[in-house]
Design a protein around this ligand. Sequence first.
Ligand code: AHG
Ligand code: MN
Ligand code: MN
Length: 320
Amino acid sequence: MQNLTDVLASSAVPETLQTVLTVTTETCIAISDALKQGSLAGILGMAGNENVQGEEQKKLDVISNDMLKDALLACPAVRAIASEEEDYIVPANTDGEYLIAFDPLDGSSNIDINAMVGTIFSIYHQTGDQPATEADFLIPGKEQVAAGYVLYGPSTMLVLTTGNGVNMFTYDPTQGTFVLTHENIRVAQETQEFAINMSNQRFWSANMQNYVNDLVKGKDGQRGKNFNMRWVAAMVGDVHRILCRGGIFIYPWDNKDPSKAGKLRLMYEANPMAMLLEQAGGKAHTHTQRILDIQPEAIHQRVAVILGAANEVDTCLSYS
Ligand code: AHG
Ligand code: MN
Ligand code: MN
């Protein structure tokens, strides 16, 4: 079986990008090892700080952020990084060619219950003769040259696109490498499974309430078929399920805080997942537009996310 290094070496991916992907994924293996230690290493619980978005940081948010930050800043091919856990972008090497935005630990509310979490990353190619600034990061997601995530579940898996389909790799601890286990993933156009946090129902727009009501009515409603529901509370887990067996994932706009377009962050959650979904034949939209077409205005900006099976995303949007 091919490992990640072989797959990258036999692809059209430039060597500098191969290096950035190797550094990123090797650091994720180290994060996976740290997660496995759990309470034994004293790494669970709160860090006692808030990030720039006003969210309480867990110790593992900070540890995984520091691991990725240190590794990427030391990589000559990296021009700058942006992270959920960093207030500002961090310039690395002015001569570097890649900008990397990441969510070091997605689903961190799952840490304390020993459930699924992951790391999400998004990579852009960019050169310049001045150190990178936040404005340099404000590039639409359709310009990403690579995107992916590492899922820390029963096995540690890497799901990656470099713009030529989606491959899944499973970490083999006996070899210390990611091994290609699922090639050219495709998401079916139709589905009977949805993922949304139903506890927010009363805060959604009337259109979203109508759409979900019709899903819940199943065979007795106008959809004429029954739907199942799942919610991992880690986007990385919900997207992984959709890539494996189909479905639709929605974190819509809601009026809990009308000033926020949504909960999820464009640069390091929505954009990389949107690229993966589109590369697998699915769709990823906000209520009004394709996610990958959004012109970002700030590195921590939030968006509504409706992604998954192409026909189901269209059906959801048809309620608007
Ligand atoms: P993070 O842990 O990086 O802040 O992200 C959590 C996100 C996302 O992964 C998940 O889909 C969503 O928050 C869950 O939100 P609820 O707690 O509202 O269900
Ligand atoms: Mn997240
Ligand atoms: Mn996070």
